[in-house]
Design a protein around this ligand. Structure first.
Ligand code: SF4
Ligand code: MG
Length: 318
């Protein structure tokens, strides 16, 4: 609720704070148990920062993070510990996130060693069970990360994240570094594991086609704020925000299920994302919006519920 994450910008020889990078700027939403909420935005839109703040890997500057009825936004490290097991993250780069000196078995057992009091044998049994759940073999537990392909390494990262039986998993662009031919396999695995283990996902991507397959609802972020959030079908069939329309129409979208969708109204996204350190006044999207008008220069549009469950932040709807 009203979550902000501002990073100080230091300048001058005295390294004083000269401004703030508003990576996440007043974001509110809910995730329902068992659902997947897709979060889409360009690099620099704040989506990874939002994910890290939700898990308290970063402290919020302001706002409340409520997990399963408990406000965790101000909990100390010690008080956070029982929640750590329930919330995990799968990172984008399976090459960087797996320690190359540890065997796959050690990698999967490590969270159990740190977070539980299971015996060595119990940990080994869990690792065996988990490696098969992600579609690899028990014999792979003896091997090292470099012996695997990118897709297989991401399976290992997923096993590591899920071995603690979390309730909530943030997937931060987990397939972006993988070959397109492998992406669907890993997405399908994640979907199957979600159903089997009753997981709730926040699924971050820079591309609306990736989250279409896996999400129940989708949120679109722009410069640290939510532009639009809606049930999946409403967002893809009837996007309201000019930015969402642009994301859907700037290229003919061939989505992961194979539909070719190029019949949308064309809105081209001109220019690059402005700097989050110096966002435009009023509507932060106005510098790229073909429908910008006077009000957009000065007034910031609030997120309003336009239709049931379909929220948008744009003056065209107020
Ligand atoms: Fe475009 Fe104005 Fe809507 Fe912003 S508020 S998206 S500038 S029309
Ligand atoms: Mg990111």
């Amino acid at each position: 609720r009203n979550v902000k994450k501002y990073f100080p910008i230091k300048g001058g020889i005295l390294k004083r704070t000269v401004g703030h990078l508003k990576a996440v700027d007043d974001v509110s939403f809910q995730i329902h148990k068992g659902e997947t909420l897709g979060v889409v935005g360009e690099s620099g839109s704040g989506k990874s920062t939002l994910g890290r703040v939700m898990l308290r890997l970063l402290d919020p500057t302001e706002g409340d993070i409520i997990f399963d009825g408990t406000d965790i936004s101000n909990l100390s490290r010690g008080k956070m510990n029982p929640f750590r097991r329930d919330m995990q993250i799968v990172f984008q780069d399976p090459f960087a996130s797996l320690n190359s000196k540890m065997s796959v078995g050690e990698l999967i057992e490590e969270p159990l060693l740190v977070q539980t009091s299971l015996s060595k044998q119990e940990r080994k049994d869990k690792a065996k069970e988990m490696i098969e759940k992600v579609g690899l073999r028990q014999s792979d537990l003896e091997k090292y990360p470099h012996e695997f392909s990118g897709g297989q390494r991401q399976r290992i990262s997923i096993a590591r994240a899920l071995v603690l039986e979390p309730k909530f998993v943030i997937c931060d662009e987990p397939v972006s570094a993988l070959d397109v031919s492998i992406q669907a396999q890993v997405l399908n695995l994640m979907k199957d594991l979600q159903d089997e283990l009753g997981l709730t996902y926040l699924f971050i991507a820079h591309d609306l086609s990736v989250v279409k397959h896996i999400s129940d609802r989708v949120a679109v972020m722009y410069l640290g704020r939510l532009a639009e959030i809606a049930p999946k079908n409403k967002l893809y069939d009837n996007p309201l925000h000019p930015y969402t329309k642009g994301l859907l129409s700037s290229i003919p979208v061939i989505d992961i299920e194979g539909d070719i969708n190029n019949k949308r109204e064309k809105i081209r996204l001109g220019d690059d994302l402005p700097s989050p350190a110096n966002p435009p006044s009023g509507c932060t999207f106005r510098t790229r919006c073909p429908l910008a008008h006077e009000k957009c220069m000065t007034e910031r549009p609030e997120l309003i519920e336009k239709e049931e469950g379909h929220f948008v932040a744009c003056h065209l709807y107020t």
